[in-house]
Design a protein around this ligand. Structure first.
Ligand code: SF4
Length: 63
């Protein structure tokens, strides 16, 4: 299964991904973007977040 991932060292915490795909990405209490644990990820929303991320730090990871 493909799972979205975030390269946190590049993330600038603009929260665009949490607006584009709130069911997938959230800002955790520590202030970092987190990928929610889901059985299946909405590919279209994730792809939109990948395209919208200003620093290109979201990617698909094979699991
Ligand atoms: S859109 Fe990209 S840079 Fe912005 S918070 Fe999400 S992962 Fe980080």
């Amino acid at each position: 299964m493909k799972v979205p991932a975030v390269e946190l060292s590049e993330c600038i915490r603009c929260e665009i991904c949490t607006e584009v795909a709130p069911s997938v990405f959230r800002l955790n209490d520590a202030g970092y973007i987190e990928v929610r644990e889901l059985d299946a990820y909405p590919a279209q929303q994730v792809d939109e977040a990948i395209m919208a991320c200003p620093v290109d730090c979201i990617y698909w990871e094979a699991q």
